[in-house]
Design a protein around this ligand. Structure first.
Ligand code: 13P
Ligand code: SF4
Length: 363
């Protein structure tokens, strides 16, 4: 399976020499000129400078839905990471083009499960278990992995719908391979009542399954992947903050390790984090465990709440941060010049297979 990625990786230096005001002015003017034909999507973890220019800001699920529903825009610029642009390309029509402003904006978690590793794992696990296994992949995965999942009766989830979808699969007594984020898989399964003893860890580099007890008791096999941003938050930090700040409420993203999620009051996707904080009474004190670009924006957005990061020294997603305002202007200029430099295009066969799993999710 081949996936065509964007052709150009390095932004020309003249864009980097421009002032932010001039870049902003040009983006506004060009956006007006394109009108409905240009749609700019931005994930919640994008830098502040990108947000005012986005037509839609959202979590992975929201943005996938927007892309799937839009048939007006001929050009969709995705300010996010590579798997998000790939997903948008698969969900849009052949007449629509999707662009990623920096081709190097990947996701290190998605890269932790490549298709060869998945094929090896599938062969070994299928031999070990008598009953069929259902593959479930987090949307943070490559198009090739999504295609494999689509072809093997599986489904794609986001952090916003993982619980709903996993519940449905587990209710049918099916055994699950969840990839690539062990933490989202473990947190979701645990909250659905699956004991930790019924979960195993698949180590892709060692092609090894780690578990306790009987193989036949295993319900969920977790891929050993993780997010470098969310693994920074610890129980120790939460305990310390609770000691210092009475009545503190803690909310974290489900990509955090389970002990952190259990030490928090609640957890959820980036959209749920925003919604829960917005719905809480004024004056509520919140400590948030997710990317600090979003937390810092929420601090400004909700002045009536007392919001802090669980760790304000934690680094933000390095790849999300690659996209600067200059990249956005450069991308729009290249669209105008019809070079397709930053276009992300998934081949038709991969798209067809992935859509089976994506459609199961969206339906
Ligand atoms: P959301 O599903 O909340 O958008 O998160 C995506 C992501 O990459 C978090 O690290
Ligand atoms: Fe990937 Fe983590 Fe960045 Fe999300 S925050 S895009 S999971 S590396």
């Amino acid at each position: 399976m081949s996936v065509v990625v964007s052709k150009q990786q390095i932004i020309p230096s003249e864009y980097l020499a421009m002032s932010e005001e001039l870049i902003a002015e040009q983006i506004v003017e060009k956006k007006q000129r394109f009108g409905d034909e240009l749609l700019i999507l931005a994930h919640h973890y994008q830098k502040d400078e990108i947000i005012p220019f986005a037509d839609e800001i959202g979590d992975s699920l929201q943005l996938a839905r927007v892309a799937a529903a839009n048939r007006t825009a001929r050009h969709i610029v995705f300010c996010g990471v590579h798997f998000m642009a790939e997903t948008a390309d698969m969900l849009t029509s052949d007449e629509q083009k999707v662009y990623l402003p920096d081709a190097l904006a990947g996701c290190s978690m998605a890269d932790m499960a490549n298709i060869t590793q998945l094929e090896d794992a599938w062969e070994i696990l299928s031999e070990q278990f008598d009953e069929a296994i259902i593959p479930i992949t987090y949307i943070n995965s490559t198009a090739a992995v999504k295609a494999f999942v689509g072809e093997h009766g599986g489904v794609i989830v986001t952090s916003g719908n993982a619980e709903q979808i996993l519940k449905r699969v587990l209710e049918n007594n099916q055994r699950v391979l969840f990839l690539p984020d062990q933490h989202l898989g473990r947190n979701t399964a645990y909250h659905l009542g699956i004991p930790l003893a019924a979960m195993a860890l698949w180590q892709p580099k060692r092609t090894n399954l780690v578990y306790e007890g009987a193989l036949s008791d295993l319900r969920v096999i977790l891929w050993q992947g993780r997010c470098c941003v969310h693994q920074q938050y610890t129980v120790k930090q939460i305990k310390q903050l609770r000691q210092e700040i009475p009545d503190l409420k803690v909310i974290v993203h489900p990509e955090c390790p389970i002990e952190v999620v259990l030490a928090a009051d609640t957890y959820g996707s980036t959209k749920r984090i925003i919604d829960v904080v917005a719905a809480s009474p004024a004056g509520t004190k919140w400590a948030i465990g997710t990317d600090n670009n979003l937390v810092n924006r929420m601090i400004k957005q909700f002045p009536n709440h007392q919001i802090i990061s669980i760790d304000d020294t934690a680094f933000s997603c390095i790849t999300m941060n690659r996209i600067r305002l200059a990249h956005l202007l450069w991308t729009i200029d290249e669209i105008e010049a019809e070079t397709d430099l930053q276009q992300v295009k998934v081949d038709p066969q991969t798209t067809e297979s992935s859509l089976k799993a994506l459609d199961r999710m969206l339906s």
